[in-house]
Design a protein around this ligand. Sequence first.
Ligand code: KIV
Ligand code: ZN
Length: 534
Amino acid sequence: MTEEKNAKAATAYSSQDRVLIFDTTLRDGEQSPGATMTHEEKLEISGLLDEMGVDIIEAGFPIASEGDFNAVSAIAKNSRNSVICGLARANFKDIDRCWEAVKHASQPRIHTFIGTSPLHRAIPNLNKDEMAERIHETVSHARNLCDNVQWSPMDATRTEEDYLCRVVEIAIKAGATTINIPDTVGYTAPRESADLIRMLIAKVPGADEVVFATHCHNDLGMATANALAAVEGGARQIECTINGLGERAGNTALEEVVMALKVRHDIMPWSTGVDTTKIMNISRRVAAVSGFAVQFNKAIVGKNAFAHESGIHQDGMLKNAETFEIMRPSDVGLSDTNLVMGKHSGRAALRAKLKDLGFELGDNQLKDVFVRFKALADRKKEVYDDDLVALMRDQSADEQSDRLQVKKLRVVCGTEGPQTADLTLAIDGVDHQVEATGDGPVDATFNAVKALFKHEARLQLYQVHAVTEGTDAQATVSVRMEEDGKIATGQSADTDTVVASAKAYVNALNRLLVRRDQQDPGFDVKGVSYKDAG
Ligand code: KIV
Ligand code: ZN
């Protein structure tokens, strides 16, 4: 570790009025079944996180797979301002592998953890003393490699208080610089969350030398409240994910804690380094690449979060926006108007609009997007911001190298089944055609794909969202497929729902094929288990 790296690592400690934001979208978020991202997508998201001022990016779990290791290394190499962190279980092999990946960062961090509650201690079958010894050895080992070490007692909120104090003290003595207190199963409540951190800071010798972090899951819908309460109790690092992505009910949502601290600074006088105007763009991007759409009424980033439909609301808003608005759309990077574009809009207007929405395009890219925009405007009278975002996110449009491409689709539906799909699919550049039937137009279409391109992949999720209102609205379709433990999601948008479905399905298949060919990764759902701590 160089002098310079040491100095930078030291700046990651917060002062009393600053809360560090630790984003784990690429680790805890991506680990949730189905949210797998490609290498390029992970790099893109980490770049956006860095740019928006996230203090620490947990880039992945390097031991989990070759793909995870490569992604964490690449993110570390490309890092600019953020600390880059990797996760490791409490064993030397995990920690060494983690260090190999994060060491390329200008500010690396190793995050090592072990489950300390009675239920979790039973898994590696360690008694309290043996576990304490393991914590001492592994944290010391991590600290010998890296000056910036985070340690987490997994399931801390269900760990006996005296044992928790004991192991936190051991981790601090062994050199941990951040102590993270996870509510792994989303069990705690706000008052408890604050009291637990307060108790640890008061009782554990050396507690004032480290940063306490809070890591909450949302099983009871309290993750944001619990994280903010932990800050009241003395935590100065919040672990969170974009859109609250994460296993089961997800993690604390970054956008919620950051905006809560900003809007209610009067009663929560702590600041973050996050540029909140970047929130909407990254939220849309994470939704697109993970395939986890944001619910319409989700706080801060939901489609309806700033919509005022009722007459009373609209009337009040016109007189004074503050009547019903506690933050402005522009605070989170939404343009104030959902300005309508149409078929007469020119290239310059499109470029300006896309820039406003967070997409900076080169000339060639703009040319291609403009053609697709015109095609959409021909089919749809008014093109809204959300239509443009869907157009930009249409994964089926940008991959020329895809092995499979939907060429033509004609579907016959009606009250008399079965429905029929006549599909032409290009496979490695050669067109193949088939007619298939099914229980509904989408089923018939998917059967046609299967008839032309035999595969064992199982459909795990099929989701349709109308991008805007009206019968001419575009539909975005997300499809998640699983083959041999590997998961891939595909997305597409079109004014024709069945066409969007066909393209999304084929897009997911293309991604699985890439993984199969490259023996690549994504997070292997059968992969590592927390149990394997030794
Ligand atoms: O929820 C949890 O306990 C975790 C740990 C690995 C920190 O994600
Ligand atoms: Zn977690």
